[in-house]
Design a protein around this ligand. Structure first.
Ligand SMILES: [Fe+2]
Length: 293
């Protein structure tokens, strides 16, 4: 495992504090700025509302208390929904499973969820309430992306996007693994990530950079579906999670943003089979096609 001090000495370190991003503004008002940063850098550091900050802490505290039987029962693997069984999430390499436990929440499946007692559990209801906030921000950012290209086709994301909560317990670590999650790009339009600690590495402008975020900050990264939508104009951000061997377990709240239209135009008018392309990316991560039954 990599020693944290070694990492800090070897890697360019982005401290958002020193970038002077202290101001808080309602996220809708900030969406244009965030979209501009995505065009420039393939990532944007975004403000996290106090509502989500406080609930994120509760998620990390409550996750490990959820009973094994409940996890096994609330598992809808064909829909990439609920608690993912151990060993079913990868960054492409089957030999390198993500060293985390994963819970996925889809807003569009909440009707099915309501049939399960777990849908009344504080962990579930907290994830669901965070989804509302994070969705609004991501939809606003994509509206700015559409404006930038004068793109008129609908870009509705709610029913095709999902929250992912990852917890990286000490017991899942492996001495021969440098990364908790290996280097990859996401097969989504954008991905929102709110972590509880450093460890996220990004590869932007040919440099490997360790990102440090303040407690009220998250990162939005570009994915390969956005590259498809923009005819290659916006590249995906490659990233990994480094094992910094920190005392507290790593946790991250993620929102994977998709728009799974069967066919839709690119910003230049080329027809994109977006759903098929997204499913191809999803299959590369060893997942079933989206919305499988
Ligand atoms: Fe990722």
């Amino acid at each position: 495992m990599t020693d944290m001090l070694d990492c800090f000495q070897q890697l360019p370190f982005i401290s958002t504090k020193t970038n002077g991003r202290q101001e808080y503004a309602a996220h809708r008002n900030m969406a244009a700025k965030y979209a501009a940063e995505l065009f420039e850098n393939s990532f944007a550091i975004v403000k996290v509302p106090e509502f989500v900050q406080s609930r994120f802490k509760r998620l990390a505290e409550n996750f490990s208390r959820i009973d094994r039987q409940v996890r096994e029962n609330f598992c809808f693997i064909k829909k990439t929904d609920g608690f993912m069984p151990h060993g079913t999430t990868f960054a492409r390499d089957l030999q390198k499973t993500d060293l985390c436990q994963t819970f996925n929440y889809w807003h569009c499946y909440r009707g099915t969820h309501s049939q399960y007692a777990f849908s009344r559990d504080p962990f579930y209801t907290t994830v669901a309430s965070c989804e509302v906030e994070v969705h609004d921000l991501c939809q606003a950012i994509l509206a700015e992306v559409a404006d930038h290209y004068n793109y008129e086709h609908p870009l509705d994301i709610r029913d095709d996007s999902y929250v992912q909560f990852n917890m990286y317990p000490e017991t899942m670590k492996k001495a021969d693994r440098k990364y908790l999650q290996d280097i990859h790009e996401d097969g989504h339009l954008i991905t929102y990530v709110k972590p509880n600690a450093p460890g996220l590495l990004i590869y932007a402008r040919g440099m490997e950079q360790l990102i440090n975020m303040e407690p009220d900050e998250a990162i939005v990264m570009t994915g390969s579906l956005l590259t498809e939508l923009t005819d290659g104009d916006v590249p995906p951000l490659y990233h990994a999670v480094l094992d910094l061997n920190l005392p507290a377990a790593r946790a991250s709240l993620i929102y994977n943003v998709n728009a799974l239209y069967t066919a839709m135009p690119s910003v230049k008018g080329r027809t994109i089979q977006m759903r098929a392309i997204a499913n191809q990316h999803h299959a590369e991560f060893w997942q079933y096609p989206y919305h499988s039954v």
